[in-house]
Design a binder for this molecule. Structure first.
Ligand SMILES: Cc1cc2nc3c(=O)[nH]c(=O)nc-3n(C[C@H](O)[C@H](O)[C@H](O)COP(=O)(O)OP(=O)(O)OC[C@H]3O[C@@H](n4cnc5c(N)ncnc54)[C@H](O)[C@@H]3O)c2cc1C
Length: 364
């Protein structure tokens, strides 16, 4: 036996580390085991949007808003510069009247939820906020409550803050099996030896299903590939996220998106990368001369309804599942939800609609 711990978290992505940090703050003895390294999964390579405008239905919008509102305190606690900003975003650009009409409908729908206050802007107003928008555009949807962070810096800051609170993080430590006796977890078998524990949080991203299967639980997660271009550092020209473009504090621009169901494949494709390059120039002609220094792909842990899973498995005590899209947006809230559940058995954050029960009877 390598060690005994109160709570064992599997996966050193933003979810696992936020949960570990939150538990350690409350004095719980936590270990995080990670088969590669901190931020090796989706948490290390994504847009880093703290996004509300893209969330539906209403209970998901409200959950995202709640988490976004927790960010200022969360960051103050972490005490790290993670490039947090909350100065709105342009989640959609209208190049023609059809785009305008479609976006206008989205804006109307989203504004049914309190405190979103999205609105359409014409290109002149948009250029007052972002002067480098192409004057050829018609306009776009603006969401004042969206924001963003540098996702890699956030994930590393959570690891550091966790270590300071006593979390132990074991990298290059892969979960191989989970030992259960009378429906109670007894230990976790890893590539570095066995760890004794009665409480496990499965936050292994796209590998959540493989780990849950070790105790006979099915989780409907599939990898969804996104592709990105990263440019050389450019003088600051963009102050907020625009669709799937943003500029980091160091001047590099992140361009990209894509929702591809291609299994565990992290190749980039010339088709997608050249499409992104053509599209971004229509929005920001200033990028025409920019050099791409890197193209990369990452895999979102995605559910069939695109909403996250917050689950305490019913039949095995105590096995928790934390997985899904939008882990950056939901990071502060995720830590709180699971530390509440593990320490007190309940949480006042409304997560009942995010359990796995919603998939029962549906095709996975
Ligand atoms: C292109 C792209 C853009 C995105 N943009 C945004 C955005 O703007 N805003 C937002 O909120 N979200 C965004 N996301 C989603 C976000 O990246 C994810 O929701 C989040 O990073 C998932 O974090 P996680 O901790 O659940 O999983 P991960 O970060 O994938 O971490 C899981 C970890 O578990 C480890 N692991 C797996 N199996 C084992 C095992 N057997 N033993 C031990 N460890 C194991 C992995 O190595 C990995 O490090 C985006 C994703 C992509 C791909």
């Amino acid at each position: 036996m390598m060690k005994n711990v109160e709570v064992l978290v599997i996966g050193a992505g933003v979810r696992g580390l936020s949960i570990a940090y939150s538990l350690a703050k409350a004095g719980v003895d936590v270990m995080v085991i990670e088969k590669r390294f901190v931020a090796a999964g989706a948490s290390g390579l994504n847009m880093g949007l703290v996004n509300i405008s893209g969330k539906a239905p209403e209970h998901y919008t409200l959950l995202s808003l709640m988490s976004a509102n927790m960010y200022p305190n969360f960051i103050e606690e972490l005490g790290a510069d993670i490039e947090y900003e909350r100065n709105g975003s342009f989640p959609g650009i209208a190049k023609n009247p059809e785009d305008w009409e479609r976006l206008n409908q989205v804006v109307t729908e989203r504004n049914q939820v309190a405190d979103i206050n999205m609105r359409m802007m014409d290109i002149n107003e948009m250029r007052e906020l972002e002067p480098d928008f192409s004057p050829q555009l018609l306009g776009g949807a603006y969401c004042p409550v969206d924001g963003g962070v540098n996702a890699l810096k956030l994930t590393r800051a959570l690891a550091r803050a966790g270590l300071e609170k006593g979390v132990s993080i074991k990298s290059k430590c892969e979960v191989l099996d989970i030992r259960v006796s009378s429906n109670r977890i007894e230990s976790v078998v890893t590539s570095l030896g066995n760890i004794g524990t009665h409480v496990v949080v499965n936050a292994a991203g796209i590998h959540v299903p493989a780990i849950a299967k070790m105790i006979g639980v099915e989780v409907p997660i599939f990898p969804e590939r996104g592709q990105l271009i990263i440019t050389e550092a450019l003088p600051k020209f963009l102050s907020r996220a625009v669709e799937s473009y943003k500029q980091f504090a160091d001047g590099q621009v992140l361009i990209g998106y894509a929702n591809e169901r291609v299994g565990e494949n992290t190749w980039v494709t010339t088709e997608m990368i050249s499409r992104f390059a053509k599209e971004v120039i229509q929005v920001f002609p200033i990028l025409k001369q920019a050099k791409a220094i890197r193209c990369a792909a990452a895999l979102r842990p995605m559910t069939p309804d695109r909403l996250p899973i917050f689950e305490k498995v019913a039949d095995i005590s105590d096995f928790y599942i934390a997985v899904g899209h939008s882990g950056i947006t939901l990071a502060p809230l995720t830590g709180k939800v699971f530390s509440d559940l593990i320490i007190t058995g309940q949480t006042d954050i409304p997560i009942t609609e995010f359990g796995m029960e919603r998939f029962h009877g549906n095709q996975i």
